[in-house]
Design a protein around this ligand. Structure first.
Ligand code: SAM
Length: 270
């Protein structure tokens, strides 16, 4: 992880307007590292960036030659069919300038409804995508469209992250996912859930992500479950579990026994 990404995770992202639970931010950060280690290559990006809270974290996880794409209706809020958070291009660009000025990768901003975006619009600008967040319109139409769009631009071992899948305020997100998963042309399958985020990959890559993420996030693993025909893992969704475990770990680390506990944990993990 770069020093800038560490600083953004520690204090930066809390100051950027938007919606991102702390544990999900950490989990996505680990997913970015996992892709770097596994040599998964491609652009990163988001549909529905608002002020850039998650987008900046994704862009800070790029290699220098990888692009980041941002799609939002921004000021064209008449295209935001269900008022799912109003994007603001000026604030978004100011936040990206603040955090991404030192980054050399391309930044491709499309002010458009995702319903009007074709796969070529992303592929021609940014290339195949290794990590895409879907958090634009929360209607069934948008969710199905955005999952299909991301499916057609994903690089090998690429991941899609969907927001609000189980949020009772946005029921169309879950019906959109169900319709997508039941569509014979759907190639993505869910493999993990963290607070307010569901993670998808091509069926052949699900095993890789489940194995790798279980071992990296063992403290926060809660249970496995089925979603339609897919088996997936749930991490950090119970706030008390996450915060109590985190506090207990920090407390042990700070005691004189901390280094021994860490060495023991490393040995057991091997
Ligand atoms: C919930 S906010 C996104 C929050 C953001 N991902 C974050 O990290 O905080 C939803 C965003 O989607 C945008 N939006 C709504 N409908 C859209 C559409 N059809 N196409 C693209 N963007 C859309 C809104 O303008 C808003 O900025």
């Amino acid at each position: 992880m770069t020093a800038l990404r560490r600083a953004y995770l520690k204090r930066g992202y809390r100051k950027v307007g938007g919606w991102l639970f702390p544990y999900s931010a950490r989990f996505i950060d680990g997913l970015l590292d996992l892709q770097l280690e596994a040599d998964v290559r491609g652009a990163v990006g988001e549909i529905g960036v608002h002020h850039g809270k998650l987008f900046i974290l994704l862009a800070l996880g790029r290699r220098p030659d990888e692009a980041a794409f941002a799609i939002d209706v921004f000021g064209d809020q008449h295209l935001n069919a269900d008022d799912s958070g109003a994007g603001d291009r000026g604030i978004f660009l100011a936040n990206t300038r603040r955090w991404l000025a030192a980054e050399t990768g391309r930044l491709d901003v499309l002010q458009r409804s995702s319903l009007e975006v074709r796969p070529e619009d992303i592929l021609e600008r940014s290339g195949p995508v290794r990590m895409a967040s879907i958090d634009g319109g929360h209607t069934e139409e948008c969710v199905i469209n955005d999952l299909m769009l991301v499916q057609s631009v994903l690089a090998p071992k690429g991941v899609a992250i969907l927001d609000d899948h189980f949020n009772e305020f946005w029921p169309e997100v879950s019906s959109g996912v169900a319709r997508y998963l039941l569509d014979p042309s759907a190639r993505l399958r869910p493999f993990a859930i963290t607070p307010n985020k569901t993670y998808f990959a091509a069926a052949e890559d699900v095993g890789f992500y489940r194995r790798s993420l279980r071992s990296r996030n063992d403290y926060y693993y809660e249970k496995s479950a089925r979603l339609l025909d897919s088996e997936l893992d749930i991490f950090g969704t119970q706030p008390w579990t996450f915060s109590m475990k985190k506090r207990a770990i920090e407390w042990i680390k700070a005691t004189p026994a901390g280094p021994y506990a860490r060495a023991l944990r490393r040995r057991l993990a091997r």
